[in-house]
Design a protein around this ligand. Structure first.
Ligand code: MG
Ligand code: FE
Length: 170
């Protein structure tokens, strides 16, 4: 496969991943401020925000190593997240459930993005940066696993709180 083609696909993918990670921050940060009744979720989001900041640094380091300037990245929002991860106030008071689903969906999108990036890195001979991408991927998998295992307890807790009349609390 032509070196120019794989490099082009790889650089575009890295820039898209950079935008994706900034979008991840903008999805997670407002949630923490609103959570009152689910401290374990707030703590996990806090941890993953720190991880995400590290992921962004790794992506920037890879772009720099490819002599790609990342300072002017526009980080256009991913179009799909606007509708899917419709986060925020919820009339039904089930914001925590919707966010739990959207967070899980977003982590799986990130997993797919890194798996694709790693494939291109391997095809294009960028093997020196596969380790960095794998670190990001491993963090997304760990977060997705946590979110998945947390869906049931969160749903049960939500139902219990609702029964106790605390419908307005996230
Ligand atoms: Mg991420
Ligand atoms: Fe993530």
């Amino acid at each position: 496969m032509s070196e120019d083609v794989t490099r082009d696909i790889f650089v575009t993918g890295l820039k898209n991943a950079h935008a994706m990670e900034n979008q991840a921050l903008s999805i997670m940060k407002p949630q923490i401020k609103r959570i009152e009744n689910y401290p374990d979720i707030a703590a996990k989001l806090e941890q993953h925000i720190t991880e995400t900041e590290g992921q962004i640094v790794r992506l920037e380091e890879i772009l720099t190593s490819l002599a790609e300037d990342h300072s002017s990245l526009k980080d256009l929002a991913l179009s799909f997240t606007g509708s899917m991860a419709a986060l925020g106030h919820s009339v039904a008071g089930d914001e925590i459930l919707k966010n739990s689903m959207a967070n899980f969906a977003f982590e799986n999108f990130e997993i797919a993005a890194y798996k694709s990036l790693i494939t291109i890195a391997e095809l294009g001979g960028f093997s020196s940066v596969v380790g960095s991408l794998q670190m990001n991927l491993d963090q997304e998998i760990a977060m997705a696993n946590w979110l998945e295992s947390n869906l049931r307890p969160t749903t049960i807790k939500f139902a219990n709180l609702k029964e106790a009349g605390q419908t307005a609390k996230v």
